[in-house]
Design a protein around this ligand. Structure first.
Ligand code: 6R9
Length: 645
C-alpha cells in the first residue's frame, strides 16, 4: 500500500486565492440552504444577461425535469467574446501550439470576434438557423473553437465529434441529431501523423443525404476530394463574409450543444446541455477550482471532442476573459519533454491534464521534466479517471516541485462542469481524492437497497439536487435519459461511479460500477465494442470487460466465441481489431482477445460478466458463486487460457 499523506494548503497559495476555507464553508452552506439566492447572485456576477430570469430553479429529479433561470435571455458567444472587447480586445484569447514545435499562433479577443462573426454569417448564408444542429469534426486548431462559438452566436446547436472517431461513428452521430452542416478540416496532424478528416467525412456522408454543407478548414493542404455545391473552403467563405453578426438572444434553457457519450447499453447517447446554467457553472468552476486570475495562461490538454475541451478550453476560460492554450499535439512528440517545453514557451501558469498522460510520462523518468524550467506553473489539475497516489505524488514533486497544488476534478459529460474538487486556497489535499463537493453539489452514497449512507462509507455515487450545468435530455430520447440516470434510485441523479467518503467528508472515486470502461480517460461502452466484434462473420458471440492497465487505467479484454468450424488465429484477431477501428475508432481496440469456446451463462442465458471480469483481472480467489451457471466447466477452461496473468 502506498502511504497517503495529507498536504495542507500552503500559506502562499492561501494568501493569493479568492476563497479560503472559511469562504468555502460559508458559501457551500448558503448554496445548499438557500440555492435560489446563491445562484441568482452568481448568475449576475458571472454572466451578462439580455433579459433577467423570472425563476432561478425548477427541479423534479424523479421525472428528470430540471430548468434554470427560466425566462432569462443571454448569448454564450456574447458572454465569451463581445463583452470583453472594450477592456481586452488586444488580449490573447487563444494561444495555439501546433503539433510541430515550430508552429504557434496568438489570437486576440478582437481577432476571435472577427472569425466567429464571419463564420456565423457563412453558416447563416447556408441556411443554418436557431435550433439547427451542426456537426464539428475537427483537429485541435483554433477554428474548432471558432466553429463552436459561431454556432452559439446564431443559436445553432453544435455536436462536436472527436477526430479519432471512424467514418461509421461519425455517420451515426450525424444521423442521430440530423446535422445538415459539417465543419471539418482537410486533415488533422497529431504526433507527426496525418488524419484524413475530410475523407472520413466524405465516407460518412454517403449515408447522410440531409447534409448540404461541408465547411473545410485548410490545415495541411493534403489532397482531398471535393463535392461542388456542398463543400466550401473556410478561408474562401470567410474572406467575403461580413465582420459583424448580431448575437441571437437565447433563452437560458435553449440548447447549446449535444455531445455523444458512451453508457452501459446501446449506442452512444447525445447528452444535451443548455445555455444559462451550463455557462454559469463552467465559468464559476474555472475561476474558483483553478483560482484563475487575470493574466494567467491556462492550459487544458484535452481534445475539444470531449466535454473537458468544451468546458475548460473554450467556454469556461472565455467566459472569464482568460487566455486559453489549444494544443494540437501529443505528450510524447517529438519527445517526452513536450508538455513542459510548451509550458516554458508560453509561460503557462495553470496546467490541466489526464492521469493516463502522467503515467505515460512518469515511465520516461524525471530527466525529460527536469531539463525544463516550469517556473511559471502555479497550479496543476487532473481529470478523466481516478489518479493513483503514485502518479499524484510524481506530478506534485517532479512536475510541480511541491509548489503547485493539484486539483483532482471529478465530473462527467452529463454534469457539464466540475462537481467534486478541491479549491486550492481552501482544501487540504489527499492524493487520489477529488476531496469535497463544489458549491450547490450534494453528493450521496447509496447502498445496495438505495439507502443513503451517512458519514464514512462506500456506495454508488448519486447527486441529490439539481445543479445548473446538469444534462437536460438525451437528444431525441428523453425516456432514455430518465431510464439511465433517474430510475435506479428515484429522486437522485445516478452517476454510474462508485465512491468512498472518509472521516473528513472527502470523496474517493473508485471507478464505474456499470458496463463502461475508462481507457486513457476515454469512455467506452462494452456493448459498443461487443456489437462491433459480432459484426464479423467468424464471430458467434463476444463479451467485453475492463481490467486494470498500468498506463491506460483500464484496458479492454474481449472474450470471443468463434462460429462453429472456425479455427481462430492471429489473422482473425487482426481482422477483429480492424473491425473495431472501423466501427468505433482505434482507441477502442481491445488490448487482449481471448478465444472462448463458450461464455459462462446463467440458466436463463445471461452472460455472467462478473465472472469474466474476475478472470480478466486475474482475481481468481474472489470468483464468487458459479453454481448458478448453466455449465460451470466453461469457467475452468477460460481460467486456464486467461491472458492477464
Ligand atoms: C470529465 C469527464 C466521466 C467518467 C466519470 C468517472 C471518470 C472523471 C474523474 C473520474 C475519478 C476523477 N472520472 N474524472 N474518476 N476521478 N477526477 O471525464 O467526462 O468523459 O464523461 O467521463 O470519468 O468514471 O464517470 P466523461
Amino acid at each position: 500500500m502506498f502511504e497517503i499523506t495529507t498536504h495542507p494548503v500552503p500559506e502562499a497559495v492561501r494568501q493569493r486565492a479568492y476563497l479560503k476555507d472559511e469562504d468555502y464553508q460559508r458559501l457551500y452552506r448558503q448554496s445548499v440552504e438557500q440555492p435560489e439566492t446563491f445562484w441568482a447572485e452568481q448568475a449576475n456576477t458571472f454572466l451578462d444577461w439580455f433579459k433577467p430570469w423570472h425563476s432561478v430553479r425548477h427541479e423534479d429529479l424523479r421525472k428528470g425535469q430540471v430548468s434554470w433561470f427560466r425566462g432569462g435571455q443571454l448569448n454564450v458567444a456574447y458572454n465569451c467574446i463581445d463583452r470583453h472587447l472594450a477592456r481586452r480586445g488586444e488580449q490573447v484569447a487563444f494561444i495555439w501550439e501546433g503539433d510541430n514545435p515550430s508552429e504557434s499562433a496568438h489570437i486576440t479577443y478582437n481577432k476571435l470576434y472577427s472569425h466567429v462573426c464571419r463564420l456565423a454569417n457563412v453558416l447563416k448564408q447556408r441556411g443554418v438557423s436557431k435550433g439547427d444542429r451542426v456537426c464539428i469534426y475537427m483537429p485541435m486548431v483554433p477554428e474548432a473553437a471558432y466553429a463552436m462559438l459561431a454556432c452559439a452566436r446564431i443559436g445553432a446547436v453544435h455536436s462536436v465529434v472527436f477526430g479519432g472517431f471512424s467514418p461509421d461513428s461519425l455517420r451515426d452521430r450525424i444521423l442521430d441529431s440530423d446535422c445538415r452542416t459539417v465543419i471539418t478540416a482537410d486533415e488533422g496532424v497529431r504526433g507527426g501523423k496525418y488524419i484524413p478528416l475530410k475523407a472520413n467525412v466524405d465516407k460518412a456522408l454517403q449515408s447522410c443525404p440531409n447534409v448540404s454543407t461541408v465547411v473545410v478548414v485548410e490545415r495541411t493542404q493534403g489532397k482531398i476530394a471535393w463535392v461542388e455545391g456542398r463543400d466550401l473552403w473556410y478561408h474562401e467563405a470567410l474572406s467575403t463574409a461580413d465582420n459583424d453578426c448580431p448575437p441571437e438572444p437565447m433563452d437560458a434553457e435553449d440548447p447549446l450543444f449535444i455531445l455523444y457519450t458512451s453508457g452501459s447499453t446501446g449506442k452512444p447517447k447525445g447528452v444535451l446541455h443548455t445555455t444559462g446554467g451550463y455557462l454559469l457553472q463552467v465559468a464559476m468552476t474555472h475561476k474558483y477550482v483553478f483560482d484563475y486570475h487575470d493574466g494567467d495562461i491556462f492550459w487544458c490538454t484535452a481534445d475539444v471532442g470531449w466535454v473537458t475541451g468544451h468546458s475548460y478550453i473554450v467556454y469556461g476560460p472565455l467566459a472569464n476573459g482568460a487566455t486559453s492554450l489549444i494544443f494540437e499535439g501529443v505528450p510524447n512528440y517529438p519527445d517526452a519533454s513536450r508538455f513542459w517545453q510548451v509550458v516554458d514557451k508560453h509561460q503557462v501558469n495553470i496546467f490541466y491534464t489526464a492521469p493516463t498522460a502522467l503515467r505515460a510520462l512518469m515511465r520516461e523518468g524525471e530527466e525529460p521534466v527536469k531539463k525544463t524550467s516550469r517556473a511559471s506553473l502555479r497550479l496543476l489539475g487532473t481529470v478523466g479517471e481516478p489518479i493513483n497516489p503514485e502518479a499524484w505524488e510524481w506530478y506534485y514533486h517532479v512536475v510541480g516541485e511541491m509548489r503547485c497544488p493539484i486539483v483532482d476534478t471529478w465530473w462527467q459529460t452529463e454534469t457539464g462542469a466540475i462537481m467534486i474538487a478541491p479549491l486550492p486556497g481552501a482544501t487540504a489535499l489527499k492524493p487520489g481524492s477529488a476531496t469535497r463537493p463544489f458549491f450547490g453539489v450534494q453528493p450521496a452514497l447509496l447502498d445496495e437497497q438505495g439507502k443513503e449512507i451517512d458519514g464514512p462509507g462506500s456506495g454508488v455515487l448519486a447527486i441529490k439536487a439539481s445543479w445548473p450545468s446538469q444534462i437536460r435530455t438525451v437528444f431525441g430520447d428523453h425516456q432514455r435519459m430518465i431510464d439511465t440516470y433517474f430510475t435506479a434510485y428515484p429522486g437522485y441523479y445516478f452517476t454510474g461511479d462508485g465512491a468512498r467518503r472518509d472521516e473528513d467528508g472527502y470523496y474517493w472515486i473508485t471507478g464505474r460500477v456499470d458496463d463502461v470502461i475508462n481507457v486513457s480517460g476515454h469512455r467506452i461502452g462494452t456493448a459498443e465494442v461487443e456489437s462491433a466484434l459480432v459484426l464479423h462473420d467468424a464471430v458467434a458471440e463476444a463479451a467485453v470487460v475492463g481490467y486494470p492497465h498500468d498506463l491506460k487505467g483500464q484496458g479492454i479484454y474481449a472474450f470471443v466465441t468463434p462460429m462453429k468450424g472456425i479455427e481462430p488465429d492471429e489473422a482473425l484477431k487482426q481482422e477483429l481489431l480492424a473491425m473495431v477501428t472501423q466501427e468505433i475508432g482505434s482507441f477502442a481496440k481491445p488490448e487482449l482477445i481471448q478465444w472462448a469456446p463458450a461464455l459462462p451463462k446463467t440458466r436463463s442465458g445471461k452472460i455472467m460478466r462478473r465472472i469474466l471480469r474476475k478472470i480478466a483481472c486475474n482475481e481468481l480467489d474472489t470468483l464468487g458463486d458459479t453454481s448458478t451457471l448453466a455449465d460451470p466447466s466453461v469457467v475452468e477452461g477460460l481460467i486456464e487460457k486467461r491472458l492477464n496473468t
